[in-house]
Design a protein around this ligand. Structure first.
Ligand code: SF4
Length: 333
């Protein structure tokens, strides 16, 4: 692997759950309220090399969006370190901190919610590059046109508002906004999930074209294994706040190691119809407010042993470039 652009080391994120109205009243009346904590991320290690496209997969509520926001610098971690080009982002200040923030941009699932409905396309795309000094006011219009053309959006419509466009066109505006500050790294959080299948393919192809053109690195977050298989060099699987497997995409889909990955693949229509080799996952994902002891997957794992209930399995190298967190990989499990 080449030099890491982004490195996460033991990153944890906890959110305190806000008390509901009933709890607030009960508390005022003197009842003891349990302020429970959501363990969104629990000791995540992840390294992404320059130029890599990493797909991050997991069920809803597994912490993948939280991880994306921490990587993009939108959310601070509770503990652990995040490095950009080998430097702790928390220790950067002034110009360096701003440069690191600009270098990592995010593309969201719902472009309608993430685009200001009162602003025209030219303001949405042009505001940040002007603010960060990427372009001067005199060249701004030409610059906006160029960015819009590169994402396949007709600059003739730049005076229109987001609601005047389809979902696919709005997503192109969102991508243009991210690209306009010349980032090195894009975090795409379910960036095609809200689009029709035919439009999804167009937007995925656009991401790949932009990768070449701008030498971009991607963290591509998705619940859709088909999308991740199509776009990623490496796939990372998360379960309840932890990374459980990471491998080159073709190897992971051909020969998954972790029982959770195998169960996820069993639920992929392409595999389950023709050659079902694995059992699909049983039961619901447990609450991140009360994650199971030991291996978080043990209540749903058909291979769980007493050790799995007690001891957290470490994320270990099982083959060159392949990591998995399962006690079954130990010789004497
Ligand atoms: Fe299953 Fe145990 Fe492996 Fe966890 S560590 S995935 S419970 S076998």
């Amino acid at each position: 692997m080449t030099d890491a652009l982004i490195e996460l080391d033991s990153v944890a994120k906890r959110f305190s759950r806000k008390a509901g109205l009933a709890e607030k009243i009960a508390s005022r009346l003197g009842a003891r309220i349990d302020r429970r904590v959501v363990h969104a991320l629990d000791g995540v290690d992840l390294s992404i090399a320059k130029g890599e496209v990493v797909g991050l997969v997991g069920e809803s509520g597994c912490g993948k969006s939280t991880l994306g926001r921490i990587v993009a610098g939108i959310l601070p971690q509770t503990s652990g370190s995040v490095k950009f080009r080998g430097r702790e982002t928390a220790s950067l200040s002034g110009v360096e901190a701003r440069a690191a923030k600009v270098a990592v941009q995010m593309v969201f699932q719902d472009p309608f919610a993430s685009l200001n409905p009162r602003k025209r396309v030219r303001e949405i795309v042009g505001e940040a590059p002007l603010y960060h000094g990427v372009v001067g006011r005199a060249e701004l219009d030409d610059y906006i046109d160029d960015v819009l053309l590169r994402v396949g959006f007709d600059p003739a419509y730049r005076r229109r508002y987001p609601h005047q466009f389809s979902g696919g066109q709005r997503q192109r505006i969102g991508i243009a906004r991210a690209l306009a500050v010349k980032p090195e790294f894009l975090v795409c959080d379910e960036a095609v999930a809200a689009l029709d299948v035919s439009i999804q393919a167009q937007v995925l192809n656009l991401f790949m074209k932009l990768r070449e053109e701008f030498d971009l690195t991607y963290l591509f977050i998705s619940h859709d294994l088909g999308v991740v298989e199509h776009i990623s060099d490496r796939t990372v699987i998360m379960y309840l706040g932890r990374v459980v497997e990471s491998a080159p995409t073709d190897e992971l889909f051909r020969e998954p190691n972790h029982p959770y990955t195998r169960a996820l693949l069993a639920e992929m229509p392409r595999i389950s119809v023709g050659r079902r080799r694995f059992e699909p996952i049983k039961g619901e994902i447990p609450s991140p407010m009360a994650p199971p002891s030991g291996c978080h997957f043990h209540p749903r794992c058909p291979f769980a042993t007493e050790r799995c209930r007690r001891e957290r399995p470490a994320l270990k190298e099982i083959a060159p470039g392949r990591l998995s967190a399962c006690h079954l990989n130990d010789e004497n499990h």
